[in-house]
Write a new protein. Structure first.
Lengths: 263, 359
């Protein structure tokens, strides 16, 4: 890890957030924070509420209680496009790419929020709309270059293998130049080498762009290796929070993962 | 052998993002434009214009419009006929109300009115998808035509209930109404199709087109990227209805001359145009035009083919056979090539690229 990598102030603060679907409590009074530039992991057994937590952070679910503060702005309810324009991007557990579009189009769509020319200019194409398009194409190409997906630039993503689709999804999220990247199981279903690649990309993103990363992952060796701090959820409640070694030694975490003997 | 992109290097992103990045495609388009603007008028007669070319072009324009909504944005619509009717009746009211207004401006204004109506009927699309939305647009189809039939103001209280295109000129050439020459009307509709198809292609390859396709392919992900579903869908409805509205105006003013609401009936317009989009290829401007060609030309071909090979059959039988063959062809196409003519065209190009070597 490079020396100049520094962890700044708190960028995201989740304060007492609860989320309920009718009678089902997905999250109960969760409080944690994420510092600028760190890799923060959320782990927990299946159904612990990890994905719900991410969905709350980027405004897809509206928490029933509690406040989420991102970059000093507090929200109890946030709209998804607000979250996107404030600089939160994410990837999904089950790949949510635009399957009928090419890799390049997918990455460019990640920058859509930054493109402002209205449809009349676009129907003309030549002139301002083209200039804007080319500017963003250059930025998109930088991301494509960074993730080494140049060769599949013009391939429709529906035809790509799984591992590459995951990478394109990361590219789409990165194209928005986010301050914070939410990754929902980026390594699910990958083999050892693909996981290594993905880890390298995540660390590179964090290192090179200083992007804060919030990560959900089931592979403990990956989590313990790359994250700075880890939050552990179980049944919608926070059971541990701290650096990887602390979490590994925590008795409640061990119980949650391995089960406890009741007598 | 001749269709190769080898050796065509792009050194700028601009060149790579050009509308036809391959030289051969560019020449092909030039050829198509040349044939349609210069060669066709040299040979076409009244029958060709009135029975084949003009309806083909007008319906192609409507198909491009529907493809924006259904092919790019993924919102199924069965209300094409109604939106075309809005355009036609708006043109009728505007051109009889303000006779000195330039007819081209009237066409565009009618398109805008159709767009406004399209937005209203697009509102349910935020909540409902797929077949259910199709049913909602079906309601638009029946409701709008019913209004045009019932409210006499729309057809200027004429006792027959029809609207008739008044004669209008641009550059002192008569282009609408029964007295206008077929050449003039052909050029008008052709210019509209050329300009509108180009505009549609440009929108489709820009960020607007990408946000439409994003909504179509995965609306949740699109929302999280920051695309607002309601605005995006409504814009697709508006632009699509604008295209349909202009097509409807041309349908009456440059082709039929006079008509009742029946001309915009679901079986006359909405379904055929949807078939054109499906047969031609969802999400492709060129495909819509090819599909329109197929759907309008096939019946004419089927009418004319039997006498040529010496078969004499009664007109009624001919009509039935035509419908049977038509249905079979559509089913055949949907099974063999669900992505339509556009995909066939792409496959042909991929094959040509390799030819004469298989790999």
């Amino acid at each position: 890890m490079s020396q100049e990598r520094r962890i700044g102030d708190v960028i995201l603060k989740v304060d007492n957030v609860s989320l309920a679907f009718g009678g089902v409590k997905a999250l109960t009074n969760i409080t944690f924070d994420v510092c600028e530039g760190e890799v923060r992991s959320i782990i927990g057994p299946n159904g612990a509420g990890k994905s719900s937590m991410l969905n709350c952070i980027n405004g897809f679910y509206k928490p029933t209680e509690g406040i989420i503060t991102f970059k000093g702005e507090s929200h109890s309810q946030m709209e998804t496009h607000q979250a996107a324009s404030q600089g939160i991007a994410r990837t999904f557990q089950n790949i949510a790419l635009f399957k009928g579009m090419t890799t390049l189009d997918n990455v460019m769509t990640g920058r859509n929020l930054k493109m402002r020319k209205n449809f009349l200019w676009q129907s003309l194409y030549y002139g301002p709309a083209m200039r804007e398009e080319l500017e963003h194409r250059e930025a998109a190409e930088r991301v494509i270059d960074f993730l080494e997906i140049e060769s599949i630039r013009k391939t429709v993503v529906g035809r790509l293998p799984y591992g590459l689709q995951k990478r394109v999804e990361l590219a789409r999220a990165l194209a928005a130049e986010p301050d914070m990247l939410l990754l929902d199981e980026p390594m699910a279903g990958m083999n050892y080498e693909e996981k290594e690649d993905m880890c390298r990309y995540i660390l590179d993103v964090n290192d090179e762009f200083g992007t804060t990363i919030v990560l959900i992952e089931h592979d403990m060796s990956v989590v313990m290796d790359i994250s700075d701090r880890v939050v552990v959820l179980d049944y919608g409640q926070k059971i541990a929070d701290g650096d990887p070694d602390e979490v590994r030694a925590n008795q409640r975490v061990i119980d949650a993962y391995l089960g406890v003997q009741h007598d | 052998m001749f269709y190769r992109e080898a050796g065509q290097f792009k050194s700028t992103y601009g060149a790579d993002q050009a509308i036809f990045p391959i030289v051969q495609d560019r020449w092909f388009m030039v050829l198509v434009l040349l044939v349609s603007y210069v060669v066709v008028p040299m040979f076409a007669d009244e029958y060709w214009y009135q029975a084949i070319l003009i309806p083909f072009i007008i319906l192609a324009l409507a198909a491009v419009g529907l493809n924006i909504l259904t092919g790019y944005c993924g919102q199924v619509s069965l209300g094409t006929g109604a939106f075309m009717a809005v355009g036609a009746y708006a043109t009728y009211k505007l051109s009889t109300g303000f006779p000195e207004l330039n007819i081209i401006i009237v066409f565009l204004m009618s398109g805008a009115i159709a767009a406004a109506v399209g937005i209203v009927f697009g509102l349910p699309s935020l909540r409902i998808k797929g077949f259910y939305l199709a049913v909602a647009t079906l309601a638009a189809q029946f409701f709008i035509l019913w209004v045009f039939n019932k409210v006499e103001w729309f057809f200027n209280y004429s006792p027959s209930g029809t609207i008739t295109a008044p004669p209008r000129e641009i550059f002192s050439v008569l282009i609408t109404g029964p007295e206008a020459s077929p050449e003039a009307r052909y050029y008008v509709v052709l210019v509209f199709l050329t300009v509108f198809a180009l505009a549609a292609k440009n929108m489709a390859r820009g960020h607007l087109g990408r946000s439409w396709m994003a909504i179509r392919d995965m609306d949740i992900a699109a929302e999280i990227i920051g695309i607002r579903p309601l605005q995006t869908k409504l814009l697709a409805f508006a632009i699509s209805s604008f295209y349909c509205g202009v097509a409807g105006a041309l349908y009456i003013f440059c082709w039929l001359g006079s008509a009742e609401t029946e001309a915009f009936d679901i079986l006359n317009i909405s379904f055929p145009v949807l078939f054109m989009v499906i047969v031609g290829g969802l999400g492709s401007v060129l495909g819509s035009i090819l599909g329109a060609g197929f759907i309008t030309l096939l019946p004419i071909f089927l009418t004319n083919a039997p006498p040529v090979i010496g078969l004499e059959i009664s007109t009624e039988l001919q009509k039935h056979i035509e419908e049977i063959i038509f249905g079979v062809m559509i089913i055949f196409f949907l099974i063999v090539e669900p992505h339509g003519f556009n995909r066939l065209w792409q496959i042909a190009k991929e094959k040509l690229r390799m030819w004469p070597f298989p790999y």
